[in-house]
Every structure is written in structure tokens, then in C-alpha cells.
Design a protein around this ligand. Structure first.
Ligand code: SF4
Length: 478
């Protein structure tokens, strides 16, 4: 394994957070610099994946591709974008949930098939990959990458005797799990969302151009207006004839990932009718009602805990202060300290402001705990600053089940909440108090919309069947 990759994976372990899956973006805009607009869109989606980035451009005759390992700013430069002209583009940022972190797994995947050229960018995770891959192998298919996305590509090619929309529809009947897809051909932009709508996908408009993106913050980045979310089970095709929408599969019970609102999505995004920042604030209100702490200050673990911490402060009347300063320049290439000095890693990322905190009783609001290692280090740092009491409040219920739909929540034996009851977790992290938002409380935040969400990592109620191969250890084909 390359040293850089080791460093990255160590960094991922050290930040002790679930990991985002991928971000997708597409634009149909004759006359516009679609490659550069896709670059800006991917930049806005960088939080969804930092391992690789790619852009494919259709110029009416062919689909051209540039992709590589690293951040969007590392993969593309002025010259590479200038060499890339066309009318339609699709882009992808990736964090690997299925398939190794390797250049061949970077997306978009671009291939030739009987119907021409097709590029595909996938956000999500199929749950029947092993079965489909075996069937495709048996029928003579070949694979270049270890991603589940290549299964989609192979199925579409297999159905290529039909027109493209019908081929995609047939593919959707075969595949199970979560998928938001942005595809392009030489002349068409296509968006697809799984029948449960697990992963997000929205549609925007910029003048005569159409845009598809995982989150609306990417529409804002290219001055596009949010038109609507792509419906679960829907295929959208955009070309010189305009936009056509096909309800390919009947929408099932909606199961939007509730964890997008807690942690994954950017706070300035709007998703399936909810403003992420407002939802996080309401989670903070609910937390304060559930855990009426006696404290002097509310602080957040920046950035994803900040909106909920402000909400906690509003509801409780306890003042909000910035108590932990985040180093915003820690990146993928940060050289991790040795095992013995691992605390330094957290200290490099978060530094407590002693003058604000000394002698105070503090409520710390964070979004979630995975293994509990970072939370314990934060509590120790606060105590070293002279904090009198630390009450740790989480704007998510305990994560006790693995996610099979594209968020890397770790295996159940690594999830501290799956292994220890609340009181033991409190002692493990060294806090005076610990509270997880209740599942009931989380649903209350969404009012009557509670049956629209997947919350399987908290409840174990998986909306889409998960294959045995995946339950027996995450399915990874190297
Ligand atoms: Fe999201 Fe959790 Fe459902 Fe995975 S299991 S899709 S992280 S809510």
C-alpha cells in the first residue's frame, strides 16, 4: 500500500467519524464551459470524498475523461480544464466504500458499448453486488475495477439491444441498494435515483442549462437554482430536446439517509425538502430538552457539531461560545504522529481556548461517536484546561449497526455504542455526563415525515435487503 494511502487511512481512523461516500455532479449546457463548471460543482462537494476526482465531457461525438487520485484541486489545473470542451459533463468525488482506493476505481467510469459511449458517476452502495458479479462473470463479462459501479455499467451494456432509457430501467430491476447516478453520453445527461431515494440527488437550472448534483450547495456554486429533488425510482434525461422524466420503478417507501442531515451533508444544502442547517439546529433544541444540563457554556466540536450546539444554547439559555478551535489546514497529507504520540494528532486538529473554558461547566455538542477515541481525547484536553465538568451531548442516537448503503460507519465490533452501554461509554471517554439524542427525538425533528427516512444504523431496520455476503463482513472485491 502506498505510504500516502496509509497516511490517509490512518487519518481517517484518527478522526473517528463515519465516512462520506461520494459526490456526483452533472451539467448539460451547450455553449458553456461545462468542464470548468463541473470542477466548481465538485469543489463544493469535496466533503463527500477526498480520495479521487474525475470529470467526463461529451462533445457530441465522443466522451472524454480525466480522473486521478487526490482532491479536486490536485487532479485538475487550468490547462487540463481548458483542453476539455463539450456540451455535457459529469463529475465525481470518491471515498471508497466498495472497492479499494486505487486509480482504476476512480470515477466517472467511461466505456464503449453497442449504443456508443457512456460515462457513469455513482454515489451509493449496491447490496447485491456479489450475486450480480457472479452472474455477469458466468455470462462472460469482464471487469477492470473492483467497484459495484462497474456492475451497473455491465448490466446497462448487457441490455443495450434496448434504447438507453429501457436499458437503464432493466438494470434498475436487477440492482438493489442505494444509488444516485449521473451519467452522460456524447449528447445526453442522465440522472437516476434508487426507488427508496436513499442517497440524495437534486436538479437545478442555470439559464438554459440543467444541472444534477448530490447536494444543492453544488448548484449554488455554479449559480444554478434548485428546481427539485430527483424522485426515488426516477430517470431524468436531458438533451437538445429538453428534459424528460421517466418514473422507471414505482417509488417504494421513501428511505432518505437520515445521517446525511446529522453529519454528511453540508449545512448550507437543502435536501428532500429540508434545510440541513435548520434540521441540525432543531436537533440541538431537542437535545437540550432531553438533557437539561446545569452548565455555564455550550461549545461545539467544529464544524459538524456547531449548528446543533447553537440549537442547544438557544433552547437551554446557556450561552454558546467557541471553545475548540479547528485547524482548517489539516489535510489528507498530514503526517500522522507515531502511535505513542497519537494524542498530538487530535491536538493538531482541535485546540481548546483555555481563557474561555477554565473553571467552567461545559456542554460539548458533537454529531456522533464511532469508536469513542477522539471524544475521550477531547474530554482530556478540556480537563487539562481546567474545565470543571464536561457533559458530552451527541446529535445522533447511538450508532449500533453498520451501514450497507454507502456510509462507512465501521463494523459493529468497532462501534463503541454497539459494544458498551451508555454508562460504560461515559466512563471510557471520561465525561461527567453523556447523552445521545433519542431516536424518537430525532424523528420528532422531522415532524410528520418520520416514515420517509432510513435510520438503520440506529434501529437495525434496513429498508433494502442486505445480502449474506455483505452481512458476513463488508463485501470487498480486491
Ligand atoms: Fe444513512 Fe444510517 Fe441508513 Fe446508512 S444505515 S443510509 S448511514 S441512515
Amino acid at each position: 500500500m502506498a505510504e500516502e494511502l496509509k497516511g490517509f487511512q490512518q487519518a481517517a481512523e484518527d478522526d473517528d467519524k463515519p465516512h462520506e461516500e461520494c459526490g456526483v455532479f452533472g451539467i448539460y449546457g451547450p455553449g458553456l464551459d461545462v468542464a470548468r463548471l463541473t470542477y466548481y460543482g465538485l469543489y463544493a462537494l469535496q466533503h463527500r470524498g477526498q480520495e479521487s476526482a474525475g470529470i467526463a465531457v461529451g462533445d457530441g461525438k465522443a466522451v472524454h475523461l480525466q480522473k486521478g487520485m487526490g482532491l479536486v484541486s490536485e487532479v485538475f489545473n487550468h490547462d487540463s480544464l481548458n483542453s476539455f470542451r463539450g456540451q455535457v459533463a459529469a463529475g465525481h468525488v470518491r471515498y471508497s466504500t466498495t472497492g479499494a482506493s486505487h486509480p482504476v476505481n476512480a470515477q466517472p467510469l467511461v466505456f464503449r458499448y453497442a449504443g456508443g459511449m457512456l460515462g457513469l458517476a455513482h454515489n451509493g452502495n449496491l447490496t447485491n453486488t456479489a450475486e450480480l458479479r457472479s452472474q455477469l462473470y458466468a455470462n462472460g463479462s469482464v471487469f477492470q475495477s473492483s467497484t459495484d459501479s462497474e456492475v451497473i455499467v455491465n448490466l446497462i451494456a448487457r441490455y443495450s439491444q434496448s434504447n438507453l432509457v429501457e436499458a437503464i430501467m432493466k438494470c434498475m430491476i436487477d440492482i438493489k441498494g442505494s444509488y444516485s447516478l449521473v451519467m452522460l453520453t456524447e449528447k445526453n445527461l442522465i440522472g437516476v435515483r434508487d426507488p427508496f431515494g436513499i442517497r440524495p440527488l437534486c436538479l437545478g437550472r442555470r439559464g438554459d442549462a440543467w444541472v444534477l448534483a448530490s447536494e444543492s450547495c453544488a448548484l449554488d456554486a455554479v449559480h444554478a437554482e434548485l428546481v427539485r429533488d430527483v424522485e426515488p425510482g426516477e430517470i431524468i434525461v436531458i438533451n437538445e430536446n429538453g428534459l424528460t422524466a421517466h418514473q422507471a420503478l414505482p417509488a417504494r417507501r421513501r428511505a432518505h439517509c437520515i445521517f446525511e442531515y446529522i453529519y454528511v451533508a453540508r449545512a448550507d444544502s437543502r435536501m428532500d425538502g429540508y434545510n440541513v442547517n435548520q434540521v441540525r439546529r432543531a436537533m440541538g433544541h431537542q437535545l437540550a430538552r432531553e438533557y437539561p444540563a446545569e452548565a455555564d457554556l455550550v461549545i461545539s466540536v467544529p464544524d459538524s457539531g456547531t449548528a446543533a450546539a447553537r440549537g442547544f444554547a438557544e433552547e437551554s439559555g446557556i450561552p454558546f461560545e467557541e471553545g475548540l478551535m479547528k485547524n482548517r489546514y489539516i489535510g489528507r497529507t498530514f503526517i500522522q504522529p507515531s502511535q505513542g504520540a497519537r494524542d498530538l494528532g487530535v491536538r493538531m486538529k482541535l485546540n481548546p481556548i483555555r481563557d474561555v473554558l477554565a473553571g467552567k461547566r461545559v456542554v460539548v455538542v458533537d454529531d456522533s461517536i464511532v469508536r469513542g477515541t477522539t471524544s475521550g481525547k477531547i474530554v482530556s484536553m478540556l480537563r487539562e484546561c481546567g474545565v470543571k465538568e464536561v457533559h458530552f451531548c451527541l446529535s445522533s442516537p447511538p450508532i449500533i449497526y453498520s451501514c450497507y448503503y454507502g456510509i462507512d460507519t465501521s463494523n459493529e465490533d468497532e462501534l463503541i455504542a454497539a459494544q458498551k452501554p451508555l454508562e460504560e461509554v461515559r466512563k471510557y471517554i471520561g465525561a461527567d455526563g453523556l447523552h445521545y439524542l433519542t431516536l424518537e427525538g430525532l424523528f420528532n425533528v422531522f415532524g410528520s415525515g418520520r416514515d420517509r427516512f432510513c435510520a438503520a444504523c440506529f434501529s437495525g431496520e434496513y429498508p433494502v435487503d442486505v445480502s449474506k455476503a455483505q452481512l458476513n463482513g463488508k463485501y470487498v472485491l480486491e
